[in-house]
Design a protein around this ligand. Sequence first.
Ligand code: ADP
Ligand code: ADP
Length: 231
Amino acid sequence: DGEIEFDNVSFSYDKRTTALHGVSFKVPKGSSVALVGESGAGKSTILRLLYRFYDLPEGGGRILIDGQDIRDVTQKSLRSAIGVVPQDSVLFNTSIAYNIGYGKFGASPEEIEEAAKSAQMHERIVTFPDGYNTKVGERGVRLSGGEKQRVAIARTLLKNPPILLLDEATSALDTSTEKDIQKALQNLQQGRSSLSIAHRLSTIASADVILVLKDGQIVEQGSHAELLALD
Ligand code: ADP
Ligand code: ADP
């Protein structure tokens, strides 16, 4: 599970502008696709439609997951299959472990520790033998942007969805933070289908396929090497 297909998708937020126009592509199971393009090109709209933040109108094409039209599954089951790591993760004003544990109802302290490890947040969490659901320890809201993102990654690891939607921050992070996040993201993407709004060169270079969007259409697509060979 986890294959995504956009089949001739067109979408408008209002009558004057078209956000997507005849967009078709596939994300094969377990592969990573990076969306690149100027602001306003339609990248966020693709993620919002897949998450059914907006529904496609009749005649607007189809979005399929494992061959099934996403309008034919309940929003609840759709959203349990998709993990989202947003640009700016908003955390609860509780412990880091609690913030990570939120990804899975009833997660054990061991599971939380394991997820924290994969997200390079291991040294920052406090767990107790009697559980993680405590307000003791460092608070999520006091973390830096990069740390918040790693908490969001750990939370998504616990949720364990077959599909990931990633929205990379545009702001420059320092190199060590960047490396930690990159490592955590690699651990998260392992074995999952992912669709990323990519800004970092390292993300673009490691994607299986890059889709270049312009004015709501795919204008180029291919691997990093294939796109470099164009011109
Ligand atoms: P960002 O580019 O920071 O991720 P968004 O994804 O929210 O921000 O928005 C992307 C583009 O869509 C921007 O050009 C923004 O101006 C435009 N946009 C977002 N929300 C609206 C809205 N409600 N009405 C009109 N344009 C919007
Ligand atoms: P990107 O993520 O590539 O910056 P978007 O998908 O956010 O682009 O935007 C595609 C187009 O849709 C842009 O013209 C943008 O202004 C418009 N748009 C985005 N969000 C909204 C919204 N909520 N309401 C109206 N127009 C929007």
